[in-house]
Design a protein around this ligand. Structure first.
Ligand SMILES: NC(=O)c1ccc[n+]([C@@H]2O[C@H](COP(=O)([O-])OP(=O)(O)OC[C@H]3O[C@@H](n4cnc5c(N)ncnc54)[C@H](OP(=O)(O)O)[C@@H]3O)[C@@H](O)[C@H]2O)c1
Length: 280
């Protein structure tokens, strides 16, 4: 436990908190201050990516923070354009230089980009970087079961986690069950659906009122009870605190299914289906 945030252990033995801070768009001095406020109130897991161009911001917050490096879990991600083996190795090194860190706790392949067909060599680079001590735990984002099966078949190593789009409008039920069966932790990106109209939903409003909590807190509690790590992004101290204050109530089975029932086939925020969507 760190300041009341429970932790879970990944299939490779690394233990990480069940809620982390998303950092998309947190950059520069304002970004450093937002990350520092999150660390102050108890966040220990920080998500970033090479493509967010904020690994430097995250590294600066780590250095300015009074919390020891070993107590923080820092994540970054390999972009699609650098998936071939040699590029992947130098990109991991570049990610570390940018953050001025000796190692990342978690490093993920950002998108499978299946048409490009280089995610297996990218995976081999992550496996090697872990052996060299540059990364403690390796995983993927946005991988479908067929992509993960290929990784395992061709390298013998399976990811510790898969970070996927997951929120009440897109509950990822079958993908989550598949992860559970294969001891892979699900991590939810855009866990609040980017605070879109979901935060006005009547069903969520009623559940929130019942528990005297906010809709965001109900959604984040739902992620926790699903067994998924969530990484809500907030620049504000008040909302950061709100987002981790979810361990003093619980949703019953009916409430859990009402929330899961909000899902819809076209519920993705930007229609990014990993089977076809590519990001570089
Ligand atoms: N692997 C991938 O492909 C991928 C894709 C997308 C995102 N991600 C990661 O996932 C993280 C989270 O996703 P996200 O940033 O897209 O969306 P999100 O966390 O669902 O939502 C962030 C938005 O919600 C607002 N917000 C946060 N807490 C709130 C609260 N309690 N009440 C009302 N509004 C609140 C934030 O505004 P304020 O900042 O003003 O509070 C921000 O506008 C990202 O930051 C990134 O690290 C990964």
């Amino acid at each position: 436990m760190s300041m009341g945030i429970p932790e879970i252990t990944l299939n490779d033995g690394l233990t990480i908190p069940v809620i982390g801070l998303g950092t998309y768009k947190l950059k520069g001095n304002k970004g450093v201050n937002s990350i520092l406020s999150a660390i102050d109130i108890g966040y220990r897991l920080i998500d970033s990516a090479y493509n967010y161009e904020n690994e430097g911001t995250v590294g600066e917050a780590v250095r300015r923070s009074s919390i020891r490096r070993e107590e923080l879990k820092i994540t970054s991600k390999l972009p699609g354009r650098y998936q071939n083996y040699d590029n992947a190795v130098t990109t991991i090194q570049e990610s570390l230089y940018r953050a001025n860190l000796d190692y990342y706790d978690v490093y993920l392949i950002h998108w499978p980009n299946p048409k490009q067909d280089t995610y297996v060599e990218a995976w081999q680079a992550l496996i090697d970087a872990k052996k060299w001590g540059l990364i403690r735990s390796i995983g993927v984002c946005n991988f479908l079961p067929e992509h993960i099966e290929r990784l395992e078949k061709e390298t013998g190593v399976k990811p510790s986690m898969n970070q996927i789009e997951l929120h009440p409008y897109f509950n990822q039920e079958s993908q989550r069950r598949w992860h559970e069966k294969h001891q892979i932790i699900t991590e939810s990106w855009s866990p609040l659906a980017r605070a879109n109209e979901v935060l006005e939903n009547d069903i969520l409003k009623q559940i929130a009122e019942q528990h005297n909590k906010s809709i965001s807190q109900v959604i984040l509690r739902w992620h926790f009870q699903l067994g998924a790590i969530s990484i809500p992004k907030s620049a504000s101290f008040e909302r950061q605190l709100e987002n981790i204050s979810i361990f003093d109530f619980s949703l019953n089975e009916t409430e859990m299914s009402l929330i899961s029932g909000l899902t819809r086939p076209d519920g993705r925020i930007n229609n990014q289906d990993p089977a076809t969507y590519e990001e570089f």
